[in-house]
Design a protein around this ligand. Structure first.
Ligand SMILES: [Zn+2]
Length: 138
């Protein structure tokens, strides 16, 4: 895997960003909420100040739903999710690990899945829904 800071981009390359992962890949997770279950990406946490769009800001599209707290960004050209500002902690972005140079979502054999249906901001507690596992064929 590449070292900090990481360079990232969407699929078409219109959007390029740089991010520092203060806690490395220890914070990777997926989520069961209505949006994440469709999006299907693994997100890793970064502080807002550790993330910078270096190219193509004008191609970012913002999507918000439900309470409108979380800000989900994706590329208007290729449709790939790049990052989102969290509802559970607005001082953090979730970053799509698949957008990071040299990183594949299949590098991770076990990914924690948080319960985003019973959201921590609604229930007052964070709950793990399960662990998603990937077993390489060889
Ligand atoms: Zn793109």
């Amino acid at each position: 895997m590449t070292t900090d800071p990481h360079n990232g981009a969407c699929h078409c390359g219109a959007i390029r960003f740089r991010v520092r992962l203060a806690d490395g890949f220890n914070t990777i997770r997926r989520c069961t909420c209505s949006y994440c279950r469709m999006r299907g990406a693994i997100a890793v946490s970064a502080r807002l100040e550790d993330f910078e769009i270096v190219e193509g800001k004008e191609h970012l599209t913002l999507y918000q739903f439900n309470t409108g707290t979380a800000k989900h960004y994706f590329c208007s050209v290729c449709g790939i999710y790049t990052h989102h500002q969290r509802r559970s902690d607005p001082s953090q972005f979730g970053i799509n690990v698949a957008c990071l140079a040299g990183v594949s979502p299949f590098d991770f054999q076990a990914v924690e899945v948080t319960d985003g249906v019973a959201h921590p901001n609604d229930t007052g507690r964070s709950r793990i829904a399960g662990i998603l596992r990937f077993e390489p064929a060889d």
